[in-house]
Every structure is written in C-alpha cells, then in structure tokens.
Design a protein around this ligand. Structure first.
Ligand SMILES: [Fe+2]
Length: 303
C-alpha cells in the first residue's frame, strides 16, 4: 500500500541485504516458513522475491558474522536517479560510483551512497520487476520498512530528513519514523547506541492475511516473540519473529497513510505508554528479553 506522493527522489523501499552465517538454514527459513521464493542464486548469495512485483526483496549472503549489508531504495526512472546522484555529490555525500547499468539480478540502473554511520544504501531505477503477484495472499508482499539502530540520532535523522529529503512522521523518546511516500514510515531510526539492524518488516495485504502468516510461522516451530498488536506511531499491526541468525523479522499490515503535506509529526510526549501496555489493543504480550536484545543489535541470541 502506498501512494507516490512526491516527497523526494526516493519513493519506496525495495530490498534489504543481510549477511547470514548458515546459508542453508536461512534459505530454509525464508522460503519454507516466511514465504519468499528464490529468484536467483550465485554461489553463496541468494535473491528472494515476495508475493508482490518487486524483482527481489531480500538478499542473503554468506558471512562470518550476521549483519545488515545494505538497504535498496527505488526511484521512478533513470533521469531521477541521475539528478539524485548529482544532488548527493553536491551535498558532499559519499557515493561509491556514478550511476551505471547494473549486471546484478533485476538489472536496471543504480548507484550506492553511504550514510554518515557507514551504512550502504543502494538506489535503483528501471528494474525488471515481475509481471504478476503470487496468488497466495498469506505470503509477504514486499518490504514494508526497515528499522536501524544508531549511535547518533541527531546526525542520522538530520541526514535522512535534510539531505535525503525524507519526511518525519513521528518521534518517540527512542525512535524517529520517516516516510518517502504515503506510508507512515519506510525507515525508522532507533536510539540503541549501536550501529546495527533493529528489524525488517514485510507487508501483508490485510490483518487477516497477517494472522495466517503468524499461524504458519508458529506452527513451523518459531515462537512469536512480540504481538500480535497494533502500534501507536504508524498504527500498523505488528508481529515479530526471529530468523535463524537472530535477526528480527516482522509481518505488518494496515500502516497509517499520510497524504497531507502539512502533516505535523507526533511528539514523544504523545506516545508515552505504560510498560504493561505496549500496543493500542492491549492484546500483545510484552516483548521477550530475547527479542529486546535482538532489536538492540545483539545478535546470535535466537531461541
Ligand atoms: Fe516495524
């Protein structure tokens, strides 16, 4: 779900690349349990699609230590890509190479930039997407958002807001939520004094489809770590699990749509809540200690 309001050159999140320690185990989880499908494999790197049209949404790469490798963002076309590259270079942002035709799966045109904490962000245009959705609506459809932890909230939030051009939708004491289209957030930054991945969220078509996905994942032996609940900021339905490396992965649905350009971001005081009630419904269990550690970037703690 998203309307392409013009916020900045980037108009969507497309994919996330993670390093995993056991490629066979991660492949089994993401295909047999999570509901993704292999589109390409090259040695120890695997590209996975979801139910939507994106060529791929998750890339897993063999790595000695698990971690976020890159986030891939989409722009409308090659001209927008070129203009965005020029703007970033003029703003002094570190970029790897000028935009070029990509030989990697999905093709298109792209370049990569680094944020001030060294995360790698790929930007792509005119990628070869799939012609049709998968029929099973209980499969994740696309990346909904990614949340990263920071050691310097002001530096990173200023970068995404002022240099990249994302809009701030909400702020809590611990987090800032940024949008690049009508979705309340495609990126959120969490203050955990760590440069790490907090979680990756996958969009489900409806809350009902989300419940089927949660059931499938639980029955496959992966305990629900937090949820099902409805968040305050973003109003989205959430459910969090751990992948084999201890990455936090989320099924989400029904995120708030912000179409008013004059939207005033929520303030931290608006979202203060009692520790016993961490979602709007009051239905979700409290997050487990394991998932709290995993969200803060302490990996390798999966059950
Ligand atoms: Fe989330």
């Amino acid at each position: 779900m998203q309307n392409h309001l013009h916020i900045c050159e980037i108009d969507r999140i497309r994919a996330v690349t993670i390093g995993v320690t056991d490629i066979a185990q991660s492949l089994s989880f993401y295909t047999q349990v999570w509901g993704l499908e292999v589109v390409q494999r090259k040695n120890d790197t695997i590209w996975l699609r979801a139910g939507g049209l994106d060529h791929h949404v998750l890339v897993i790469e063999k790595s000695t230590t698990p971690g976020l490798i890159s986030i891939t963002w989409g722009v409308k076309d090659q001209a927008t890509l070129m203009g965005f590259y020029e703007r970033l270079v003029n703003a002094g942002v570190f970029t790897e190479e000028p935009p070029r035709k990509l030989a990697s799966p999905g093709g298109g045109w792209g370049f990569a930039f680094h944020d001030p904490e060294g995360r790698v962000h790929k930007v792509v245009a005119e990628r070869e997407d799939h012609q049709a959705h998968q029929h099973d609506t209980t499969l994740p459809q696309r990346i909904a958002h990614v949340v990263v932890n920071t050691k310097d909230m002001k530096l990173i939030s200023d970068f995404f807001q002022n240099t990249i051009g994302f809009k701030l939708s909400d702020a809590t004491h611990k987090m800032k939520f940024f949008r690049c289209n009508s979705n309340h957030h495609s990126l959120a930054i969490a203050d955990f004094d760590s440069i790490s991945l907090n979680h990756i969220a996958f969009e489900m078509p409806t809350w009902n489809d989300l419940m089927f996905a949660v059931g499938r994942t639980k029955l496959a032996g992966h305990p629900l770590q937090w949820g099902v609940g409805r968040h305050g900021p973003g109003d989205n339905v959430f459910s969090y699990f751990l992948d084999p490396d201890g990455f936090v992965v989320e099924y989400t649905a029904e995120i708030q749509q912000i179409t008013d350009p004059a939207h005033i971001p929520g303030e931290p005081e608006q979202w203060v809540r009692s520790p016993e009630r961490m979602d709007q419904w009051g239905h979700a269990n409290l997050p487990t200690d394991v998932i709290k550690k995993a969200m803060s970037g302490q990996m390798g703690l999966s059950a």
